[in-house]
Design a protein around this ligand. Structure first.
Ligand code: GLA
Length: 434
């Protein structure tokens, strides 16, 4: 296909994997550690550097139209998440890092096996892949940590205020191990998963593109506002605080204490923008221009208590999960499963990032032998991840297939990758011709 598109053959290939987040949802952008692993599914780009400062992009999937540009001022349209914009995010991140103002010329054919809008991070894999492609074309070098940080930042050009989990695991993953990803400074530590259990991904078949709606950014802003209100309540310098983790760090208290402080400082009833302004002693104008993102300007209510409770409790569950993996008690799979299910309940009830189909799928997975099950990724659709004892895997797959997919006529097509067991895969790579 490359040959017929560009009349030449590729000089090298780059792959960057998607990921499944085992536990730690919607807390990376609050500063807390998360626990993902890379999946085998990835983005793969065939590349030929060219001397003209022109970028030509094609995709093996006919749903994604060709794109080309010679404009050195890279523009990324935030209003529509078009596929090539994710490539441009990675490209722009690298160009900016090296202060380059001429467009890096190349012909690229993009191929991918990560189902889109399914919570397995196809978008970040494309951003990371494009970042590594650009770096390789330029003949420059960066560490994996630097690449992950650049790509996490540059993916925000698409308009979503994501954390750094997806880009970090795409670069820092290693085959055979999940990773605890910590931020500021970015660091990945191996977490050995139990050998007697399997992690199974199931797609709810409800697509959710987090850049196409404002759900995701609303949550980021709710956490930001909760952090500011908590900081003000505790007489900290609230205007500098952006993340819930900063409040904890400034106070020097435990996550359990942060949960108690949240109960004292915030109320469960939703906050109107006017009430937030009264609490922070700022004007609506200041709230909109200095705190909120462009696509959350007119949000009528903010649920600050519920979001902060989710974040602090989820951050604690991640640490408990890692501890159990390290200590490997006899009932390890059961304990890990319980934490995963608690995470789902918190995502559903406190963070409100689930949907009826995901809840149904979680229930079905638990009914047929999963020790725990939860939504994974941003939510509002996409996939669940379940922990299943290895000896129960065949019956689990058969029963879930029947109860969720066949009964409801939901697609089990192999290309949709609806239901499969997964192992921790490796990170992004460059393949050079020998
Ligand atoms: C998306 C974001 C991540 C993270 C998850 C939710 O995948 O890109 O940074 O916030 O949602 O845990």
């Amino acid at each position: 296909m490359f040959k017929s598109k560009f009349g030449s053959i590729p000089k090298f290939y780059v792959r960057a994997p998607g990921r499944v987040n085992i536990i730690g949802e919607h807390i990376d952008y609050c500063g807390y550690s998360v626990l993902p692993m890379a999946v085998e599914q990835d983005m793969l780009i065939a590349v030929e550097p060219v001397k003209t400062h022109t970028l030509q992009l094609a995709n093996t999937n006919p749903l994604y139209p060709d794109f080309s540009t010679s404009d050195s001022n890279i523009q990324i349209d935030k209003t529509k998440p078009l596929w090539h914009n994710y490539f441009l995010c990675g490209l722009k991140g690298i160009q900016e890092h090296f202060g380059l103002n001429k467009l890096t010329g190349m012909n690229c054919l993009v191929d991918g096996t990560i189902p889109p809008s399914s919570g397995l991070s196809s978008s970040s894999a494309l951003v990371c892949c494009a970042g590594l492609v650009t770096l390789t074309v330029l003949g420059m070098h960066l560490s994996k940590v630097e690449l992950a940080e650049i790509c996490a930042k540059s993916e925000r050009y698409i308009g979503t205020e994501g954390g750094g989990m997806d880009q970090s695991i795409s670069f820092l993953a290693e085959e055979g191990t999940a990773k605890l990803i910590e931020f500021s400074p970015l660091k990945a530590t191996d977490v050995k998963l139990p050998s007697e259990a399997v992690f199974v991904i199931a797609n709810s078949c409800m697509e959710m593109n987090k850049a196409a709606t404002s759900h995701f950014n609303i949550r980021v802003m709710e956490c930001r506002l909760a952090a500011k209100l908590l900081a003000k309540y505790k007489s900290l310098q609230w205007d500098k605080v952006l993340r819930l983790e900063e409040v904890q760090a400034n106070l020097g208290v435990s996550l359990e204490e942060m949960l108690l402080i949240t109960e004292d400082a915030l109320h469960p009833e939703p906050y109107s923008p006017e009430e937030v302004c009264r609490c922070l002693e700022i004007s609506l104008q200041e709230l909109r221009t200095q705190i909120l993102s462009p696509n959350t300007q007119d949000v009528p209510i903010f649920k600050l208590y519920q979001r902060a409770k989710h974040v602090y409790s989820e951050a604690a569950r991640v640490l408990q999960f890692k501890k159990i993996c390290e200590e490997a008690p006899d009932n390890m799979v059961q304990l890990l499963g319980e934490l995963m299910t608690q995470s789902h309940v918190s995502c559903r009830d406190m963070y409100e990032c689930s949907c009826p189909e995901l809840d149904q799928l979680v229930d079905i997975c638990r009914k047929f032998g999963a020790q725990g099950s939860r939504l994974t990724g941003a939510g509002w659709g996409g996939c669940t991840v379940s922990i299943v004892p290895a000896d129960k895997l065949p019956s689990f797959l058969a029963n879930v297939r029947e109860a969720y997919y066949q009964k409801n006529n939901r697609s089990l097509a192999p290309e949709k990758q609806s239901l499969f067991a997964t192992k921790p895969g490796g990170g992004a790579l460059v393949f050079l011709e020998a």
